[in-house]
Design a binder for this molecule. Structure first.
Ligand code: IMP
Length: 203
């Protein structure tokens, strides 16, 4: 049963979910997406452990377990990456490092002369609470598209200026938050999480 505060029998499933992330862009996207669901989201600005692994799911699950040692209540973390077809899915789970070292320009250079520019963004959300601990729920979202020929737009973050979602001509960098949320990997994983979470609260 939900109390006024939204806790269930005083335990930690409730109406406020903490998104543990150091990335305010991710949080703003999440806030907008989750505003149509009947629970609140709060940013906890903290760096979480990011293990090296080939699966975003494993990275996100490890991060959320790590965050749970310091943050109470229901929490989510997200791990995302850009997977480029002609580079055998590189940079994938190494996207943060590749962004820091090569940036968008470096990715465009790697694809110089390459006709196959197909790519996808993937997002893995990991959820945990005090009741579920140590179990973790994972929600995935994928946005298919292609890498542009040049950087375009100044909205968003990371590889947004070079990613064009399927059937569109603008990059994520040229899209407002609302537009990006129509196509993004993160919007899909967050919606999957939110639908599950509402059912979980009702159980
Ligand atoms: P993270 O480990 O989840 O922070 O993501 C790894 C890297 O992928 C980030 O540093 C960004 O460069 C890139 N990335 C993840 N999601 C997005 C996105 O929605 N737009 C642009 N770049 C992204």
């Amino acid at each position: 049963m939900l109390s006024e505060e939204g806790d269930i029998n005083g335990l930690s499933r409730g109406r406020t979910v903490r998104f543990v992330t150091g990335n305010r862009h991710k949080f703003q996207e999440a806030q907008r997406i989750l505003s149509s669901y009947s629970f609140e989201i709060e940013m906890v600005k903290e760096k979480t452990l990011e293990v090296q692994d080939k699966d975003l799911e494993t990275i996100a699950a490890t991060s959320v377990r790590d965050a749970k040692n310091r943050v109470s209540g229901p929490i989510i973390v997200e791990d995302a990456g850009l997977f480029i077809e002609s580079l055998n899915s590189f940079p994938g789970p190494y996207s943060a490092y590749v962004y820091e070292t090569l940036g968008c320009e470096g990715v465009l250079k790697l694809l110089e002369g390459q006709e196959d520019r197909r790519a996808e963004f993937r997002s893995a959300i990991a959820y945990i609470d005090d009741l579920m601990k140590p179990a973790v729920k994972i929600f995935l979202g994928v946005a298919t598209g292609r890498i542009s020929m040049e950087m375009r737009g100044s909205y968003g973050f990371g590889f947004d200026p070079v990613f064009i979602p399927e059937e569109q001509s603008s990059t994520f960098g040229e899209m407002s938050l609302e537009e990006k949320n129509r196509y993004s990997h993160r919007a899909k994983s967050l919606k999957a999480f939110a639908s599950w979470y509402l059912a979980y609260l009702r159980d």
